[in-house]
Design a protein around this ligand. Structure first.
Ligand SMILES: *[C@@H]1O[C@H](CO)[C@@H](O)[C@H](O)[C@H]1NC(C)=O
Ligand SMILES: *[C@@H]1O[C@H](CO)[C@@H](O)[C@H](O)[C@H]1NC(C)=O
Ligand SMILES: [Mg+2]
Length: 260
């Protein structure tokens, strides 16, 4: 086979690989630019992987939308097997920690879960909104919440049930507001979550508070009520940092948005 034949074979393979590949690779046209676009794609991939490291570790601090060159990367990360794998490994470490906790047997051993991108996935919404590249639109997002059809993150559902079997009391602490309580309960039940101890949403007095402050205050209330918060799971650092922090905090991946 000559070089032209080989190139054709490569192209046919590239075009027929399923959509898990980044857009930049799928959309290449069979012309002389092929090597250029592939090199650019590789550079984006490398950069965006480093960018993802910095946002997950909070090195990046506050950010409002994903870099435009990383839309394809985030799409592939979220829709492909990497997000499922990363959240699966986090869930496994979380459960291993939970299994090692010696429970008090007094019903005061607690685990705190955030909801969005921790138990429920809003990926269907973000698929329709540029994977975090569009400015956040509260009205559209609230309409999506009202539908109450966000699917469970499978690894988190497994963790949730595992912790319940171990005897932890589950507290759901979300940045969603009280007016979204019914839709949130409906969605949680629809996705397989049940028997939580309490669902804590932002009330009127929590309006405008930074998530870190609001969530810390709520955890402090639980501690004041005698609960021991062994573990806390969240996709945002603001779910986990502040005061009254859990003994162990577990950060889930989220390269789509940042909440201070
Ligand atoms: C998590 O643990 C389960 C049970 O040990 C295992 O089957 C699964 O492969 C693990 N998941 C990951 C992503 O490592
Ligand atoms: C929420 O559900 C409860 C019980 O089903 C109902 O009484 C209440 O009116 C609902 N609240 C809203 C805001 O829809
Ligand atoms: Mg969240």
């Amino acid at each position: 086979m000559g070089p032209v034949g080989l190139l054709l074979v490569v192209l046919v393979v590239l075009v027929t690989i399923p959509t898990a590949l980044p857009q930049s690779v799928i959309q290449i046209t069979p012309n002389k630019h092929i090597s250029d676009s592939r090199k650019l794609g590789a550079n984006d991939n490398l950069y965006c992987d480093s960018w993802r490291f910095s946002v997950e570790t909070n090195d990046a601090g506050t950010w409002s939308s994903i870099p435009s060159r990383c839309v394809g990367f985030v799409q592939e990360y979220m829709s492909g097997e990497r997000y499922a794998s990363d959240s699966g490994v986090v869930a496994n470490y979380s459960l291993a920690f939970g299994e090692a906790v010696k429970l008090g047997g007094d019903g005061k051993d607690a685990w705190v879960f955030d909801i969005d991108e921790t138990l429920l996935s809003n990926l269907p919404y973000y698929e329709a909104h540029g994977f975090g590249s569009e400015t956040f639109n509260e009205k559209y997002f609230d309409e999506w919440v009202d539908l109450a059809e966000a699917p469970a993150i499978p690894a988190s559902l497994n963790l949730y049930k595992g912790l319940q079997r171990l005897g932890f009391k589950i507290f759901l602490l979300t940045g969603r507001s009280e007016f979204q309580r019914n839709a949130t309960v409906k969605n949680l039940l629809y996705s397989g979550f049940n028997y939580w101890e309490r669902l804590l949403l932002r009330g009127p007095s929590d309006k405008g508070k930074l998530a870190t402050v609001y969530k810390s205050e709520k955890r402090l209330e639980l501690i004041d009520q005698g609960y021991r918060i062994h573990g806390s799971s969240g996709d945002q650092w603001s779910d986990l940092l502040g005061f009254a922090v859990a003994r162990r905090s577990f950060k889930l991946p989220n390269p789509m948005y940042y909440i201070a």
